[in-house]
Ligand binder design. Structure first.
Ligand code: PEP
Length: 255
């Protein structure tokens, strides 16, 4: 089975409502009749409904950037999977390195979130990745394995991880730094991740699950990255904030 490429834009805490609408309209205009690639955007919570409205019938998936694992309750400042679904979200980014480092999210907490998302039918985009210090200490695979095992703990016991689940390998040293893993470095880790899924779940899931690369993906490096066997798309921060660069990423096959 061919895995369809997915190009996902994480807008983080950027863009007001007007800028969000301009960006999504420019993306939609440029990718109509372009079914070869799945496209997804993750705007800030406050722009989700507006962006969903602007997306209309265009084939662009909407994602949250984070959520709480409980469905409702006294959790000031938090948002639930159900609330995200009401805005039209189909996906949820979980375990981004900024959540893990700046907001001290552990793999245990991320596991709760993945479980809650899947229970409601939201598709998780689970991020994993090592720091520069860890890479230089030769700990990359150990870190990746621990993050996968911890963040998918419930599923290793109960199984039932949907094949629509997306994994995103994002080396922390490449996020927002302009440093990109070479295609070979990225492929090595993607291969390791797919093997881990095969060993801990099954070969069919490993064959189907999409593994995105994230970390300073730009129009000038996307094609090379996408030519690797186990790289199925990109999770993009900076270059997703401008329609020009994001559309070029979506159209990587034409470059
Ligand atoms: C990200 O935040 O997920 C990311 C990959 O950012 P950037 O593309 O800016 O490195």
């Amino acid at each position: 089975m061919e895995r369809k490429p997915l190009i996902a834009g994480n807008w983080k805490m950027n863009l007001g409502l007007n800028e969000s609408v301009s960006l999504i309209n420019a993306i939609a205009d440029n990718i109509s009749h372009f079914p070869e690639v799945d496209v997804l955007v993750a705007p800030p919570f406050t722009a989700l409904t507006t962006v969903k409205h602007a997306i209309g019938n265009s084939n662009i998936f909407l994602s949250g950037q984070n959520m709480h694992w409980e469905m409702s309750g006294a959790f000031t400042g938090e948002i639930s999977a159900g609330m995200l679904q009401e805005t039209g979200c189909t996906h949820i980014i979980l375990g981004h390195s900024e959540r893990r480092t700046l907001f001290k999210e552990t793999s245990e907490v991320i596991d709760l979130k993945v479980k809650a998302a899947v229970a409601l039918g939201l598709i998780p985009i689970l991020c994993i990745g090592e720091t520069l210090e860890q890479r230089e200490a030769g700990q990359t695979y150990e870190v990746i394995e621990n993050q996968l095992a911890g963040s998918l703990k419930s599923f290793r016991v109960d199984k039932g991880l949907p094949s629509s689940t997306v994994l995103a390998y994002e080396p922390v040293w490449a996020i927002g730094t302009g440093l990109t893993a070479t295609p070979e470095q990225a492929q090595e880790v993607h291969y390791f991740i797919r093997q881990w899924i095969e060993n801990n779940f099954d070969s069919e899931l490993a064959r189907q699950i999409r593994i995105l690369y994230g970390g300073s993906v730009k129009p000038d490096n996307v094609k090379e990255l996408m030519s690797e066997a186990d790289i199925d798309g990109a999770l993009v921060g900076g270059a997703s904030l401008k329609s020009n660069s994001f559309v070029q990423l979506i159209r990587f096959q034409e470059m």
